[in-house]
Ligand binder design. Structure first.
Ligand code: SF4
Length: 411
């Protein structure tokens, strides 16, 4: 069995995570032309399985390719989009949709493809005789390496999976109970990264400063110190609390920063306000208020960090009053020394806000971004286009599915 991993421009982190646990056992070949490469291997008598790791932005780019490939070869799709909308992927012909931890799913899928098992693989949905079948749900410990030598991909090290919060625009918390990578497993990976000359160690964590938090909400300062010291002792430079391990405003406290200040390699700390409308903060289930974010900005500055505050324009139901409150708060935060990272609401399948229309981009946001251009960052204008594209793609898919009933011919 050869695994063809569909790679795209960019870091391919999700794919590295997917293949890492099996790459010692199976041959992994990266591909940018899965139809051609699979056909060539098939002609030589090889069995192939084609792997996709899908975010929603990627899915809307390549859904037609997915139909073409899945119509001829067995396809496995995982990633946040697969977990968010597995049924559409099955209807488009994907044979195995991974909706939970991939570490246990992929080996079982391979066994099934090789005829060694009849079971529906764990954490996987399949379609049989027009009916969806679900494998049992299994939550793994974070003990598997997450880099892939076969793909040459060394993503940030995942130290925390899932989230104890339930923000209505976010897909992350649907990953099951919160789990942390044990420190010794982090250390093993850091040593490999440093040996490869990758001294800058970044982490993936939904909330960076909640690594090893006992209740998923209160920073475990001893564990954070141990994490950062371990990285430094292994020769690495730890970046935590900044992309892609942004944190929450409640975790940016004097206690945390005085403990971590001299251990962190980053000078920026990123956390979300998202909106300054207390009404929308509640609707989005953020679990903090505006004052908490202002305190976090003051605290970060007091310890010499540059606070970077995330804002989401266009949340569903956002009205003029919400926009005015948010723009005023952004002006205040900028005057306090924060940078503002602007986003536009992206509807993501599987989230409570999926199906709700984004509010149109308000001109007050555009004017703010112009006036404060030296303090504003982010890709919010591109996200306006992306947001529209997701909605439009789903309209097209709905039309496509009503005209056709694609069934995977792959065996
Ligand atoms: S705190 Fe962050 S990761 Fe957790 S649910 Fe909210 S947005 Fe998602």
């Amino acid at each position: 069995m050869i695994l063809l991993a569909r790679v795209f421009e960019g870091p391919n982190n999700g794919l590295a995570y997917a293949v890492a646990p099996v790459e010692d056992k199976y041959k992994i070949i990266p591909t940018k032309d899965p139809l051609l490469d699979a056909a060539n291997l098939y002609a030589k008598g090889e069995k192939v399985l084609i792997l996709y790791s899908l975010s929603t932005p990627l899915f809307v780019e390549i859904w037609r390719e997915l139909i073409a490939v899945a119509g001829r070869f067995p396809v496995v799709a995982g990633g946040p989009h697969a977990a968010g909308d597995p049924i559409t992927l099955l209807k488009l012909g994907v044979k195995y949709v991974v909706v939970g931890d991939g570490e246990v799913a992929l080996p079982a899928i391979i066994e099934k493809e090789e005829g060694l098992s009849d079971e529906t693989p764990p954490n996987v949905l399949i379609m049989e005789d027009g009916k969806v079948k679900a494998g049992r749900r299994v939550y793994t410990e974070l003990v598997y390496k997450t880099y892939s030598e076969a793909l040459g991909a060394y993503p940030p090290i995942e130290i925390m999976r899932s989230c104890g919060y339930r923000c209505a625009f976010c897909q992350t918390w649907a990953q099951g109970p919160v789990r942390y990578r044990p420190l010794e497993k982090v250390e093993e990976m850091v040593k490999v990264y440093v040996k490869k000359g990758r001294r800058e160690i970044r982490f993936i964590a939904p909330v960076g400063f909640l690594y090893q938090s006992k209740d998923g909400k209160t920073p475990n300062i001893d564990a954070l110190i141990s994490l950062l010291k371990t990285v430094r002792e292994a020769g690495g430079l730890p970046f935590l609390g900044t992309f892609p391990s942004e944190t929450r405003p409640e975790t940016v406290t004097r206690d945390v920063l005085s403990a971590l200040k001299n251990l962190l390699a980053n000078k920026r700390l990123s956390f979300g306000l998202q909106t300054a409308s207390e009404r929308l903060l509640k609707l989005a289930k953020r679990g903090h208020d505006v004052a908490t974010v202002e305190e976090a900005v003051v605290t970060a500055r007091a310890f010499g960090f540059t606070p970077v505050v995330d804002i989401i324009a266009g949340l569903p139901g956002e009205d003029e009053e919400d926009v005015v409150a948010t723009v005023k708060t952004m002006e205040r935060l900028a005057a306090m020394g924060a940078r503002i990272r602007m986003h536009y609401f992206i509807p993501l399948p599987g989230t409570p806000l999926w199906g709700r229309e984004p509010s149109p981009p308000h001109k007050l946001y555009t004017e703010f971004a112009k006036r404060y251009r030296k303090k504003v960052e982010g890709y919010w204008e591109e996200q306006i286009q992306l947001s529209r594209r997701i909605i439009e793609t789903y309209r097209q898919i709905s039309g496509y599915l009503s005209r056709t009933t694609p069934i995977s011919k792959a065996s």
